[in-house]
Design a protein around this ligand. Structure first.
Ligand code: ADP
Ligand code: MG
Length: 397
């Protein structure tokens, strides 16, 4: 495991206008484990949020987005609460900096991008991280990766009001090209796992977007989180030697059955078994074994569907359809659930046939158009902007 504090974001501020980018992410496995100190395995994917930041001469902070008509402008000492639109995400990041005493000169921040919104590919973390990097640059400040990731998570938890874990912000910041990032969310150590070991080099990651929007701020995600936390509290009371739920075993969980609701039991069973699946998936990746990796992914979906109950009919249909097709090693719901995307491990030679069969099956069943994205693992924001800093941040005025 690598310690994330080894690497520092260090970007010099310059006058004029500067562009910063952050990717999206897809989670290969390890779902809902990132708020119980568990393991996750995301990779960054080639969708991009772009932030254009320029110094402002009007003494204010301004926020605009190419995707939304309403912008916001505020005095630098404004501390007003969230308004419930897209601007809460970048302003939440600004607030986190302000609470830490970072002095940020007036600016105008403009966001654009092509990350599908509310699809479970983390457009929100992409916005937060690109904002954080842009503001750090503007303030000529430097922070380690894990501080940036935590700060962006806090922005989403505290200002936006979405109870997300740390996975998205960390992956969007720290991911590396051609690798999955195995993150231990307890201590934020991580390991980079090559995506092209042995037979894995003949595979592609295909993301299929159900078109059903999810919302972490909606009630279901928060309810699941509470059900898990109740279970974790009981487990740790009964077994004080455990550090968190991810440390527990299914036998230990069973010993708490009399004190927990059936729902809490099932949610915790998902978390404990999911952590073990991530460890098994890591070994399958190191062995370059797509058949084993795929079957672990499909088993993870069954657990999300039956124990965590965060899937929906459209997603279950997509997973069942995928695993029946030639060349698909495994498929599962990715992201927080209740909508969003599936992630599929597919033999490269079968990808075209796979995507067209998936589209026509989805159209026949739901009269909906399925978008599919064949994704390579790309660099996170740290690597992307460090490269830009040396050779391609452009002065535009
Ligand atoms: P996800 O992270 O899965 O895409 P979320 O509901 O967590 O879904 O975040 C989506 C929200 O993030 C959008 O509704 C919007 O408010 C904000 N957002 C994402 N990308 C942009 C962008 N380029 N410009 C402005 N807001 C954005
Ligand atoms: Mg999000």
């Amino acid at each position: 495991m690598t310690s994330s504090s080894d690497e520092q974001i260090s970007i010099q501020a310059r006058s004029g206008s500067h562009q910063f980018v952050a990717p999206a992410r897809v989670n290969l496995i390890g779902e809902h484990t990132d708020y119980t100190g568990g393991l996750v395995m995301p990779m960054a994917i080639p969708f991009t949020t772009v932030a254009q930041l320029r110094s402002a001469t009007d003494g204010r902070y301004s926020f605009s987005s190419g995707l939304f008509s309403a912008g916001r402008s505020m005095a630098t000492d404004d501390r007003s609460p969230r308004v419930g639109d897209w601007s809460d995400y970048p302003i939440g990041v600004l607030r986190e900096f302000q609470q830490r005493g970072l002095q940020i000169p007036p600016f105008a921040l403009h966001l654009t991008g092509n990350v599908p919104l509310g699809a479970g590919l983390s457009s929100s973390a992409s916005v937060e991280v690109v904002t954080a990097i842009a503001l750090l640059s503007h303030a000529q400040a430097t922070l380690p990766i894990e501080v940036i990731a935590k700060l962006c998570q806090s922005a989403e938890n505290n200002y936006v009001g979405s109870p997300c874990g740390i996975m998205d912000q960390f992956a969007v910041t720290a991911a590396k090209r051609d690798h999955a990032l195995l993150l231990n969310t307890r201590d934020l150590t991580f390991e980079l796992l090559p995506m092209n070991n042995n037979s894995l080099s003949n595979c592609r990651i295909v993301v299929a977007n159900s078109g059903v929007r999810h919302s972490i701020a909606g009630g279901d995600y928060g309810l699941r989180r509470r059900e898990v936390e109740v279970g974790q509290t009981k487990l740790l009371q009964r077994f004080p030697e455990l550090r968190d739920l991810g440390d527990g075993t299914l036998e230990q969980l069973s010993a708490c059955a009399d004190e927990l609701s059936p729902e809490s039991m099932r949610r915790c069973r998902h978390i404990i078994s999911e952590n073990q699946r991530v460890r098994n998936a890591r070994q399958a990746m190191l062995d370059g074994d797509p058949a084993r990796l795929g079957s672990i992914m499909t088993a993870a979906h069954a657990s999300e569907r039956d124990d965590f109950e965060c899937s929906i009919d459209e997603i279950d249909f997509l997973v069942d359809a995928a695993v029946s097709l030639r060349g698909c090693y495994g498929a599962r719901l990715t992201g927080g659930g209740f909508g969003g995307c599936t992630v599929n491990l597919v033999n490269a030679a079968d990808v075209d046939e796979f995507t067209s069969a998936m589209k026509s099956a989805y159209r026949s069943k739901f009269s909906l158009e399925l978008e599919t994205y064949v994704c390579e693992a790309v660099d996170g924001a740290l690597a992307r902007n460090a490269a830009q800093h040396t050779n391609s941040i452009r002065e535009t005025n």
